[in-house]
Design a protein around this ligand. Structure first.
Ligand SMILES: NC(=O)c1ccc[n+]([C@@H]2O[C@H](COP(=O)([O-])OP(=O)(O)OC[C@H]3O[C@@H](n4cnc5c(N)ncnc54)[C@H](OP(=O)(O)O)[C@@H]3O)[C@@H](O)[C@H]2O)c1
Length: 214
């Protein structure tokens, strides 16, 4: 999982503005991380707020672009925007729930996306089932790029092996959107823990890498 946050762990202002929190050098490293994975995963909230392309823009470009995956429980994405405009360059897989809207799912397929139907979980689609659906589409290594709700549900499901955390020297305050949303912890002992395995400067930012404590 990659996070690009302020010093106080925020990924966007309260109004949802997130471009750009980190600097050019950090963003270039994120492009390399994308290129090194089979898929890039985001939640429907990020797809709606940012209208991203999610392509790996490296020099030279990757031999194969990662599959772009959106967890969209009700298949509510409009079949417009940059993810659809770039279908000639990379696959788009939209994963929704079994009792989601069939007509909407079909509209996304007609627009060129692939879709997968999985079980519903506590916060949308079931995280483990979504990962299994990705495996069926040939994905072994996935880079989750948020947002905060998806980050929380993947961390809670204990499926995040590694955190690539880019931290910019700005402060967004309590009204900013958290990089990791509520985990409903009942005690500090229940908090997911990670070991730091690397720490580097990237321009004005810091890049920390962590591995999950199993
Ligand atoms: N700084 C950064 O690096 C960065 C990166 C990404 C995003 N952002 C910012 O983060 C904000 C969006 O974050 P967000 O937390 O609101 O949204 P999010 O985590 O991107 O998406 C959450 C939505 O995804 C869907 N979903 C489906 N299955 C889910 C599951 N198992 N767990 C969690 N969500 C699931 C749900 O919507 P449905 O019920 O509609 O399916 C849920 O409301 C935007 O402002 C964006 O700009 C910043």
């Amino acid at each position: 999982m990659k996070l690009a946050t302020s010093l106080d762990g925020r990924i966007a202002t309260g109004a949802g503005e997130s471009r750009w929190i980190t600097g050019e050098a950090a963003r270039a490293e994120v492009q390399k991380l994308r290129a090194a994975h089979d898929a890039v995963l985001i939640g429907a909230g990020t797809a709606r707020a940012d209208d991203p392309e999610l392509l790996a823009r490296t020099t030279p470009p990757p031999l194969r672009q990662p599959v772009r995956v959106v967890l969209d429980t009700e298949f509510s994405l409009a079949p417009l925007g940059r993810l659809f405009a770039t279908l000639d360059r990379a696959t788009l897989l939209v994963i929704g729930a079994g009792d989601g809207d069939e007509a909407r799912r079909k509209a996304l397929e007609d627009a060129g996306a692939r879709t997968a139907v999985v079980a519903r979980g506590p916060l949308g689609v079931d995280a483990d089932a979504a990962l299994a659906a990705m495996v069926e589409h040939g994905v072994e290594r996935v880079l989750c790029e948020g947002g905060g709700q998806l980050a929380a549900s993947l961390i809670a499901a204990e499926v995040v092996d590694r955190l690539e955390w880019f931290r910019a020297p700005i402060v967004l305050g309590g009204e900013g959107r958290p990089g990791v949303a509520a985990l409903a912890l009942s005690s500090l002992a229940d908090a997911p823990r990670f070991n730091r395995v690397a720490l580097r400067d990237v321009g004005p930012d810091i890049w920390e890498s962590y591995e999950r404590v199993s």
